[in-house]
Design a protein around this ligand. Sequence first.
Ligand code: NAP
Length: 312
Amino acid sequence: MKAAIIDQYGPASELHVAEVPKPEPDTHEVLIRVHATCVNPFETHQRSGDMKAMMSGDFPKILGADVAGVVEAVGLMITDFQPGDRVMASLGMSGGAYAEYAVAKETSLVKLPDAISFEQAAAMPVAAGTALQAMRDKGHLRPRDRVLINGAAGGVGHYAVQLAKIMGATVTAVCGPDAVAMVKELGADRVINYHEIDFTKEAETYDVVFDAVAKSSFEACQPILTKTGTYVTTRPSAEGMLDKVKTLFADQKATFILFSFTQTDMNWMLKHAAEGRLKAVIEHTYRLDELPQAHAASEAGHVKGKLVVVVE
Ligand SMILES: NC(=O)c1ccc[n+]([C@@H]2O[C@H](COP(=O)([O-])OP(=O)(O)OC[C@H]3O[C@@H](n4cnc5c(N)ncnc54)[C@H](OP(=O)(O)O)[C@@H]3O)[C@@H](O)[C@H]2O)c1
Protein backbone atom coordinates (compact mmCIF):
# COMPACT_ATOMS: atom_id res chain seq x y z
CA MET A 1 0.00 0.00 0.00
CA LYS A 2 0.98 3.65 -0.31
CA ALA A 3 1.67 5.72 2.82
CA ALA A 4 3.21 9.09 3.61
CA ILE A 5 6.22 8.13 5.73
CA ILE A 6 9.22 9.71 7.41
CA ASP A 7 12.61 7.95 7.45
CA GLN A 8 13.98 10.32 10.09
CA TYR A 9 12.85 13.31 12.16
CA GLY A 10 13.04 16.65 10.41
CA PRO A 11 11.18 19.36 8.48
CA ALA A 12 7.88 18.89 6.64
CA SER A 13 9.80 17.88 3.49
CA GLU A 14 10.74 14.59 5.26
CA LEU A 15 7.20 13.37 4.54
CA HIS A 16 7.07 11.39 1.30
CA VAL A 17 4.87 8.72 -0.23
CA ALA A 18 6.33 5.22 -0.38
CA GLU A 19 5.20 1.62 -0.84
CA VAL A 20 4.98 -0.15 2.54
CA PRO A 21 3.44 -3.44 3.75
CA LYS A 22 -0.31 -3.34 4.32
CA PRO A 23 -1.00 -3.75 8.06
CA GLU A 24 -2.91 -6.76 9.36
CA PRO A 25 -5.55 -6.52 12.08
CA ASP A 26 -4.87 -8.38 15.33
CA THR A 27 -7.68 -10.25 17.10
CA HIS A 28 -9.26 -7.10 18.58
CA GLU A 29 -8.48 -4.81 15.64
CA VAL A 30 -10.13 -3.68 12.43
CA LEU A 31 -8.43 -2.96 9.09
CA ILE A 32 -9.76 0.27 7.56
CA ARG A 33 -9.46 1.38 3.94
CA VAL A 34 -8.66 5.05 4.67
CA HIS A 35 -10.68 7.61 2.71
CA ALA A 36 -9.64 10.69 4.67
CA THR A 37 -7.39 11.75 7.54
CA CYS A 38 -6.41 15.16 8.91
CA VAL A 39 -3.45 17.03 10.37
CA ASN A 40 -3.29 17.73 14.10
CA PRO A 41 -0.55 20.05 15.44
CA PHE A 42 1.00 17.29 17.61
CA GLU A 43 1.78 15.31 14.44
CA THR A 44 4.04 18.15 13.26
CA HIS A 45 5.87 17.91 16.61
CA GLN A 46 6.15 14.13 16.21
CA ARG A 47 7.58 14.61 12.71
CA SER A 48 10.13 17.24 13.78
CA GLY A 49 11.44 15.11 16.64
CA ASP A 50 10.16 17.42 19.42
CA MET A 51 8.27 14.45 20.88
CA LYS A 52 10.84 11.72 20.25
CA ALA A 53 11.13 10.92 23.98
CA MET A 54 7.53 9.67 23.76
CA MET A 55 7.98 7.69 20.52
CA SER A 56 9.53 4.40 19.48
CA GLY A 57 12.88 4.57 17.69
CA ASP A 58 11.60 2.63 14.64
CA PHE A 59 11.65 4.05 11.12
CA PRO A 60 10.00 4.45 8.70
CA LYS A 61 7.11 5.96 10.65
CA ILE A 62 3.59 6.59 9.46
CA LEU A 63 2.08 9.49 11.40
CA GLY A 64 -1.56 10.55 11.61
CA ALA A 65 -4.21 9.93 14.27
CA ASP A 66 -7.64 10.56 12.80
CA VAL A 67 -9.17 8.23 10.23
CA ALA A 68 -12.42 7.97 8.28
CA GLY A 69 -12.98 5.08 5.91
CA VAL A 70 -14.51 1.70 5.27
CA VAL A 71 -13.84 -1.53 7.17
CA GLU A 72 -11.86 -3.88 4.92
CA ALA A 73 -11.30 -6.79 7.33
CA VAL A 74 -11.83 -7.59 11.00
CA GLY A 75 -9.84 -9.51 13.62
CA LEU A 76 -11.02 -12.82 15.08
CA MET A 77 -12.79 -11.35 18.15
CA ILE A 78 -14.60 -8.47 16.42
CA THR A 79 -18.39 -8.72 16.54
CA ASP A 80 -19.56 -5.08 16.32
CA PHE A 81 -17.97 -4.20 12.96
CA GLN A 82 -17.93 -5.92 9.58
CA PRO A 83 -16.39 -5.33 6.15
CA GLY A 84 -18.20 -2.52 4.36
CA ASP A 85 -19.04 -0.48 7.51
CA ARG A 86 -18.29 3.25 7.20
CA VAL A 87 -16.27 4.18 10.31
CA MET A 88 -14.34 6.92 12.06
CA ALA A 89 -11.35 6.12 14.29
CA SER A 90 -8.51 7.65 16.22
CA LEU A 91 -5.16 5.87 16.30
CA GLY A 92 -3.72 8.15 18.99
CA MET A 93 -0.03 8.93 19.32
CA SER A 94 1.03 5.67 17.66
CA GLY A 95 -0.27 6.99 14.34
CA GLY A 96 -0.69 5.16 11.06
CA ALA A 97 -3.43 7.28 9.46
CA TYR A 98 -1.42 8.87 6.62
CA ALA A 99 -1.88 5.71 4.55
CA GLU A 100 -4.21 3.79 2.27
CA TYR A 101 -4.93 1.27 5.05
CA ALA A 102 -4.78 1.57 8.83
CA VAL A 103 -5.58 -0.71 11.77
CA ALA A 104 -7.61 0.53 14.73
CA LYS A 105 -8.48 -1.10 18.05
CA GLU A 106 -12.17 -2.00 18.27
CA THR A 107 -12.52 0.47 21.17
CA SER A 108 -11.08 3.30 19.06
CA LEU A 109 -13.67 3.39 16.32
CA VAL A 110 -17.35 4.09 15.74
CA LYS A 111 -19.74 3.68 12.81
CA LEU A 112 -20.55 6.76 10.76
CA PRO A 113 -24.07 7.98 10.12
CA ASP A 114 -24.83 8.11 6.35
CA ALA A 115 -25.17 11.90 6.51
CA ILE A 116 -21.52 12.39 7.53
CA SER A 117 -18.87 12.55 4.79
CA PHE A 118 -15.45 10.98 5.25
CA GLU A 119 -13.87 14.46 5.17
CA GLN A 120 -16.15 15.74 7.96
CA ALA A 121 -15.51 12.60 10.02
CA ALA A 122 -11.73 12.65 9.57
CA ALA A 123 -11.57 16.20 10.93
CA MET A 124 -13.39 15.35 14.13
CA PRO A 125 -11.94 12.86 16.66
CA VAL A 126 -8.94 14.62 18.26
CA ALA A 127 -9.99 18.25 17.74
CA ALA A 128 -13.68 17.98 18.63
CA GLY A 129 -13.05 15.39 21.35
CA THR A 130 -10.49 17.67 23.01
CA ALA A 131 -12.92 20.61 22.92
CA LEU A 132 -15.75 18.54 24.41
CA GLN A 133 -13.69 16.91 27.17
CA ALA A 134 -11.93 20.20 28.07
CA MET A 135 -15.14 22.14 28.62
CA ARG A 136 -17.38 19.35 29.98
CA ASP A 137 -14.98 17.28 32.10
CA LYS A 138 -12.34 19.86 33.10
CA GLY A 139 -14.32 23.12 32.98
CA HIS A 140 -17.57 21.49 34.22
CA LEU A 141 -19.44 23.78 31.83
CA ARG A 142 -23.16 23.96 32.59
CA PRO A 143 -26.15 25.39 30.69
CA ARG A 144 -26.28 29.22 31.03
CA ASP A 145 -22.60 29.38 32.06
CA ARG A 146 -20.43 31.97 30.35
CA VAL A 147 -17.39 30.58 28.54
CA LEU A 148 -14.55 32.37 26.79
CA ILE A 149 -12.78 30.36 24.07
CA ASN A 150 -9.32 31.59 23.09
CA GLY A 151 -8.17 30.43 19.65
CA ALA A 152 -11.77 30.01 18.48
CA ALA A 153 -10.83 29.77 14.79
CA GLY A 154 -8.46 26.80 15.11
CA GLY A 155 -9.14 23.08 14.88
CA VAL A 156 -10.03 22.67 18.56
CA GLY A 157 -11.49 26.16 19.04
CA HIS A 158 -13.99 26.12 16.17
CA TYR A 159 -15.48 22.87 17.49
CA ALA A 160 -15.46 24.34 21.02
CA VAL A 161 -17.64 27.27 19.95
CA GLN A 162 -20.27 24.93 18.49
CA LEU A 163 -20.10 22.43 21.36
CA ALA A 164 -20.42 25.16 24.00
CA LYS A 165 -23.59 26.38 22.26
CA ILE A 166 -24.95 22.81 22.17
CA MET A 167 -24.19 22.65 25.92
CA GLY A 168 -26.30 25.77 26.45
CA ALA A 169 -23.51 28.21 27.33
CA THR A 170 -23.07 31.85 26.36
CA VAL A 171 -19.94 31.98 24.21
CA THR A 172 -17.34 34.70 23.86
CA ALA A 173 -14.88 33.71 21.15
CA VAL A 174 -11.38 35.14 20.67
CA CYS A 175 -9.82 34.99 17.19
CA GLY A 176 -7.93 37.06 14.64
CA PRO A 177 -9.65 39.56 12.30
CA ASP A 178 -9.87 37.14 9.33
CA ALA A 179 -11.96 34.66 11.30
CA VAL A 180 -14.50 36.95 12.99
CA ALA A 181 -17.28 36.23 10.45
CA MET A 182 -16.61 32.47 10.50
CA VAL A 183 -16.71 32.26 14.30
CA LYS A 184 -19.95 34.32 14.46
CA GLU A 185 -21.45 31.98 11.89
CA LEU A 186 -20.52 29.01 14.13
CA GLY A 187 -22.71 30.52 16.86
CA ALA A 188 -20.49 32.68 19.10
CA ASP A 189 -22.55 35.26 21.00
CA ARG A 190 -19.65 37.72 21.05
CA VAL A 191 -16.36 37.74 19.14
CA ILE A 192 -13.19 39.48 20.29
CA ASN A 193 -10.49 40.25 17.71
CA TYR A 194 -7.28 39.62 19.65
CA HIS A 195 -5.33 41.98 17.39
CA GLU A 196 -7.38 44.86 18.82
CA ILE A 197 -8.51 43.79 22.30
CA ASP A 198 -6.69 42.01 25.12
CA PHE A 199 -9.51 39.87 26.52
CA THR A 200 -7.69 39.43 29.83
CA LYS A 201 -8.00 43.17 30.52
CA GLU A 202 -11.78 43.37 30.10
CA ALA A 203 -14.25 43.72 33.00
CA GLU A 204 -16.38 40.74 31.84
CA THR A 205 -15.93 37.51 33.86
CA TYR A 206 -16.42 33.87 32.81
CA ASP A 207 -17.29 30.58 34.50
CA VAL A 208 -14.85 28.85 32.14
CA VAL A 209 -11.94 30.18 30.13
CA PHE A 210 -10.94 27.54 27.59
CA ASP A 211 -7.52 28.41 26.15
CA ALA A 212 -7.89 26.16 23.11
CA VAL A 213 -4.76 27.46 21.44
CA ALA A 214 -2.70 27.62 24.67
CA LYS A 215 -1.50 31.18 24.05
CA SER A 216 -2.50 32.70 27.38
CA SER A 217 -1.98 31.53 30.99
CA PHE A 218 -3.90 30.95 34.22
CA GLU A 219 -2.18 33.96 35.76
CA ALA A 220 -3.27 36.24 32.92
CA CYS A 221 -6.82 34.85 32.90
CA GLN A 222 -7.43 34.82 36.68
CA PRO A 223 -8.93 38.35 36.72
CA ILE A 224 -11.57 37.38 34.14
CA LEU A 225 -12.65 34.19 35.94
CA THR A 226 -15.69 34.29 38.21
CA LYS A 227 -14.95 33.57 41.90
CA THR A 228 -15.35 29.84 41.22
CA GLY A 229 -14.28 29.93 37.56
CA THR A 230 -11.97 27.43 35.85
CA TYR A 231 -9.15 27.97 33.37
CA VAL A 232 -8.55 25.01 31.03
CA THR A 233 -5.60 24.90 28.65
CA THR A 234 -4.70 22.43 25.89
CA ARG A 235 -1.02 22.53 26.91
CA PRO A 236 -0.11 19.85 29.47
CA SER A 237 3.10 21.58 30.67
CA ALA A 238 5.02 21.58 33.96
CA GLU A 239 3.67 25.09 34.58
CA GLY A 240 0.12 23.82 33.93
CA MET A 241 0.65 20.95 36.38
CA LEU A 242 1.92 23.40 39.03
CA ASP A 243 -1.11 25.69 38.48
CA LYS A 244 -3.39 22.67 38.82
CA VAL A 245 -1.80 21.57 42.10
CA LYS A 246 -1.72 25.13 43.49
CA THR A 247 -5.45 25.58 42.82
CA LEU A 248 -6.61 22.16 44.10
CA PHE A 249 -8.12 23.71 47.23
CA ALA A 250 -8.77 27.20 45.82
CA ASP A 251 -12.11 28.45 44.48
CA GLN A 252 -10.67 29.39 41.09
CA LYS A 253 -9.16 26.36 39.35
CA ALA A 254 -6.52 25.84 36.69
CA THR A 255 -6.33 22.60 34.77
CA PHE A 256 -5.44 21.08 31.40
CA ILE A 257 -6.91 18.52 29.05
CA LEU A 258 -5.41 15.31 27.70
CA PHE A 259 -7.76 13.94 25.06
CA SER A 260 -8.79 10.30 25.18
CA PHE A 261 -11.06 8.65 22.61
CA THR A 262 -14.39 7.34 23.86
CA GLN A 263 -17.09 5.82 21.67
CA THR A 264 -19.78 7.56 23.75
CA ASP A 265 -18.33 11.01 23.07
CA MET A 266 -17.81 10.30 19.36
CA ASN A 267 -21.33 8.92 18.88
CA TRP A 268 -22.81 11.91 20.72
CA MET A 269 -20.89 14.37 18.51
CA LEU A 270 -21.75 12.44 15.35
CA LYS A 271 -25.43 12.62 16.28
CA HIS A 272 -25.20 16.42 16.56
CA ALA A 273 -23.21 16.55 13.32
CA ALA A 274 -25.78 14.43 11.48
CA GLU A 275 -28.54 16.74 12.74
CA GLY A 276 -26.65 19.82 11.52
CA ARG A 277 -25.49 21.35 14.82
CA LEU A 278 -21.78 20.47 14.56
CA LYS A 279 -19.54 20.74 11.52
CA ALA A 280 -15.91 20.92 10.59
CA VAL A 281 -14.79 24.03 8.77
CA ILE A 282 -12.29 22.57 6.32
CA GLU A 283 -9.77 25.20 5.28
CA HIS A 284 -8.12 23.00 2.65
CA THR A 285 -8.02 19.38 1.50
CA TYR A 286 -4.74 17.80 0.44
CA ARG A 287 -3.70 14.52 -1.21
CA LEU A 288 -1.36 12.08 0.53
CA ASP A 289 1.60 13.36 -1.51
CA GLU A 290 0.77 16.92 -0.40
CA LEU A 291 1.31 16.19 3.31
CA PRO A 292 4.51 18.31 3.37
CA GLN A 293 2.39 21.33 2.37
CA ALA A 294 -0.30 20.40 4.92
CA HIS A 295 2.27 20.14 7.74
CA ALA A 296 3.89 23.43 6.69
CA ALA A 297 0.47 25.14 6.74
CA SER A 298 -0.27 23.74 10.21
CA GLU A 299 3.11 24.87 11.51
CA ALA A 300 2.53 28.40 10.21
CA GLY A 301 -0.14 28.57 12.94
CA HIS A 302 -2.99 30.32 11.10
CA VAL A 303 -5.27 27.43 10.13
CA LYS A 304 -8.99 28.24 10.19
CA GLY A 305 -10.80 25.04 11.13
CA LYS A 306 -9.09 21.85 9.94
CA LEU A 307 -6.71 20.60 7.23
CA VAL A 308 -8.01 17.34 5.77
CA VAL A 309 -6.13 14.80 3.64
CA VAL A 310 -8.14 12.79 1.13
CA VAL A 311 -6.65 9.37 0.36
CA GLU A 312 -7.61 8.16 -3.11
N1 NAP B 1 -3.92 18.24 25.21
C1 NAP B 1 -4.55 17.64 24.22
O1 NAP B 1 -5.09 16.52 24.38
C2 NAP B 1 -4.62 18.34 22.88
C3 NAP B 1 -5.43 17.80 21.86
C4 NAP B 1 -5.52 18.49 20.67
C5 NAP B 1 -4.79 19.68 20.49
N2 NAP B 1 -3.98 20.12 21.47
C6 NAP B 1 -3.22 21.37 21.32
O2 NAP B 1 -4.16 22.43 21.21
C7 NAP B 1 -3.58 23.51 20.50
C8 NAP B 1 -4.56 23.99 19.45
O3 NAP B 1 -4.77 22.98 18.49
P1 NAP B 1 -5.54 23.35 17.15
O4 NAP B 1 -5.67 22.10 16.36
O5 NAP B 1 -6.76 24.13 17.47
O6 NAP B 1 -4.46 24.32 16.47
P2 NAP B 1 -4.57 25.12 15.12
O7 NAP B 1 -5.78 24.73 14.36
O8 NAP B 1 -3.26 25.03 14.42
O9 NAP B 1 -4.73 26.66 15.64
C9 NAP B 1 -4.57 27.66 14.72
C10 NAP B 1 -5.43 28.86 15.10
O10 NAP B 1 -4.91 29.47 16.28
C11 NAP B 1 -5.16 30.87 16.18
N3 NAP B 1 -4.28 31.65 17.02
C12 NAP B 1 -2.93 31.69 16.98
N4 NAP B 1 -2.47 32.55 17.92
C13 NAP B 1 -3.55 33.03 18.56
C14 NAP B 1 -3.72 33.93 19.64
N5 NAP B 1 -2.68 34.51 20.25
N6 NAP B 1 -4.97 34.21 20.05
C15 NAP B 1 -6.04 33.63 19.46
N7 NAP B 1 -5.95 32.77 18.43
C16 NAP B 1 -4.71 32.47 17.98
C17 NAP B 1 -4.93 31.16 14.72
O11 NAP B 1 -5.60 32.35 14.38
P3 NAP B 1 -4.81 33.58 13.69
O12 NAP B 1 -4.33 33.08 12.36
O13 NAP B 1 -5.84 34.64 13.58
O14 NAP B 1 -3.69 33.93 14.61
C18 NAP B 1 -5.47 29.91 14.03
O15 NAP B 1 -6.81 30.07 13.60
C19 NAP B 1 -2.27 22.96 19.92
O16 NAP B 1 -1.21 23.41 20.73
C20 NAP B 1 -2.42 21.46 20.04
O17 NAP B 1 -1.19 20.79 20.11
C21 NAP B 1 -3.88 19.48 22.67
